[in-house]
Design a binder for this molecule. Structure first.
Ligand code: PEP
Ligand code: MG
Length: 560
């Protein structure tokens, strides 16, 4: 079997030798009583921690702005005085080796973070990375992290930690292939940000021999582990075509026969909004407002919120559209200032707009801030709620939005019930935007963060496409806009299918705009509809994708 299948998360072809992530640093042995000279042993800890912090700081300096902050924060973690004290105590009082003492001290901190859950819990991977680096420094073994063989290569790994991904140089790393991770995993998001072809959840990739020349197809989601000479040459041509391809998008999104499809950006703050505008986005299809709230120990004031929203609107003046999503918090994104108690099943709990049903104070204040910022700007501001299931909920939300003087209320469709109720929902609201990340996890009953369930969360799943089609049809009947703002919209080939299912705008990470726009302008609306049917008729995600790709010979020329 030379063709391995995975989930393509960033399109493009890469050909080159396979280089493996170094093996994880082994767990230092646990038995106490191994140390004869405690003073010598304890004195190894601090220099190792300092060395790791210095290395992380050096990497931070070289990193791009968005990853610099993560690396700087991680470098402080590496010299945390509490962790150092705990490690030294391990040597002095429990006779542990320096490596074991560091390992256990870091694990204590990791467990504390994990218990906090949510976004803080998500830093567990960072502290494990720091732990392994310090242990490697103590033991004098190679540091874990992205290898540098001195030539461009395709990286194969189980999955990538944030600290690894931060310094990936796209000139050297031609593509990523991982055996774990899913369509919304960190590796996938990084690959899309860098525009590096990537395939995740590729079983068997780690057993391939280091140095083997492989062909990675991030569009098809395959890894050819034994390409023929002709296949290598063909791949090299396609890779060159892609490297020469446009990186930014200009103009309007449309099919070849002129059906307008707005191409919009997903943003989280004024900075990413500016990046979206620079990349050619026609507006914002999803402004995730959580960032302001999740980083705060107390609720941000109306004035603070107003400033942040105005900053995003400023990137898209003159009547351009900005869709603001109200706070999507609760459960897996807990708010420090809101005591919601424990939930047995957080993804199915009080999250998204449901937080506001009991007490709408936070929502009211947020709508007030959005309204004030909108008054100050010339953007066309739309407002939508996450996690709507019922038409009555949509009606309640629309009422709230209008009470605050905002004219265009809408909902996200991320719960299967909302897709099934789309016609009623669109009767009481102005638009819908489909969140395919959550809609996939709820339709397939598969946690979107669970690596082993990645294939179920593939946005090409025909069951998911059927619900999108259902929503698109409802939009057409009601004459209302139906967009997609989940990761599905970043896949150019899937974007064609989404248009065929009746979707009228696509919102994505800025980097994907050029690929989506270029492919869309080569396909007529009738073809989009025909290809949507091809995908719906396929039994499985991979078959759907392969069948649609087979109908688009222009993918070769576009390097997709
Ligand atoms: C989605 O669920 O598809 C979505 C866009 O929202 P988020 O990823 O923020 O949950
Ligand atoms: Mg969502």
């Amino acid at each position: 079997m030379t063709l391995l299948n995975g989930i393509g998360v960033c399109p493009g072809i890469a050909v080159g030798p396979l280089v493996r992530m170094p093996d994880p640093v082994p767990e230092p042995s646990a038995g106490p009583g191994q140390v004869t000279d405690k003073n010598a042993e304890r004195s190894r800890i601090s220099p190792a921690m300092e060395a790791v912090a210095a290395e992380l700081r050096a990497r931070a300096e070289k990193a791009k702005a968005e990853t610099r902050a993560v690396l700087e924060a991680t470098s402080y973690m590496a010299v945390d005085p509490g962790m150092m004290d705990l490690a030294i105590t391990g040597v002095v009082e429990r006779n542990l080796s320096a490596a074991r003492a560091v390992f256990e001290a870091a694990n204590t901190f990791r467990d504390m973070l994990a218990a906090a859950g949510g976004y803080i819990g998500a830093r567990v991977a960072d502290i494990e990375d720091v732990r392994d680096r310090i242990v490697a420094a103590v033991l004098g073994v190679p540091m874990p992290g992205i290898p540098d063989p001195g030539h461009p290569f395709i990286l194969v790994a189980r999955d990538l930690a944030p600290a690894d991904t931060a310094t990936v140089d796209p000139e050297k790393v031609l593509g990523f292939v991982t055996t774990e991770g899913g369509p919304t995993s960190h590796t996938a998001i990084l690959a899309r940000t860098l525009g590096v072809p990537a395939v995740v959840a590729t079983e068997g990739a780690l057993s391939l021999k280091e140095g083997t020349t492989v062909v990675l197809d991030g569009g098809a989601g395959t890894l050819n582990a034994a390409p023929t000479d002709a296949e290598v040459q063909d791949a090299e041509k396609r890779m060159a075509a892609r490297r020469g391809a446009k990186k930014t998008w200009s103009g309007e999104g449309a099919t070849s026969d002129g059906r307008r499809i707005l191409l919009l950006a997903n943003v989280g703050d004024p900075k990413s909004a500016k990046a979206g505008a620079d990349a050619g986005a026609e507006g914002v299809g999803l402004f995730r407002t959580e960032f302001l709230f999740l980083d705060s120990a107390k609720e941000p004031t109306v004035a603070e919120q107003e400033e942040a929203y105005a900053g995003v609107f400023a990137a898209f003046p003159d009547g351009r559209k900005v869709v603001v999503r109200t706070l999507d918090a609760g459960a897996d994104k807990p708010l420090a200032f809101l005591d919601q108690g424990e939930e047995p099943n957080p993804a199915l709990g009080v999250r998204g707009v449901r937080v506001a049903f009991e007490d709408s104070g936070i929502l009211d204040r947020q709508l007030q801030a959005i309204s004030r910022a909108a008054e100050r700007s010339s953007s066309d501001v739309w407002v939508m709620a996450p996690m709507i299931a019922l038409a009555s909920e949509a009606e309640w939300f629309s009422g709230k939005v209008r009470e605050h003087g905002l004219k265009t209320p809408g909902v996200m469709v991320e719960v299967p019930a909302a897709a099934l109720n789309a016609e009623q929902i669109l009767g009481v609201t102005e638009f819908a935007s489909i969140g395919t990340n959550d809609l996939a996890q709820y339709t397939l009953a598969a946690d979107r963060m669970a690596g082993p369930l990645a294939a179920l969360n593939d946005p090409w799943q025909p069951a998911l496409l059927k619900l999108i089609g259902f929503t698109g049809e409802a939009g057409e009947k009601r004459g209302k806009t139906v967009g997609v703002c989940g990761e599905a919209a970043s896949d150019p080939v899937l974007a064609v299918v989404l248009v065929g299912l009746g979707v009228t705008s696509l919102s994505m990470s800025s980097r994907a705009l050029a690929d989506v726009g270029e492919l869309l302008r080569t396909v007529s609306y009738d073809d989009c509809k025909r290809l949507a049917q091809v995908a719906l008729d396929a039994g499985e995600a991979q078959a759907a994708k392969a069948a649609v790709r087979a109908e688009l010979p222009q993918l070769d020329e576009l390097g997709l």
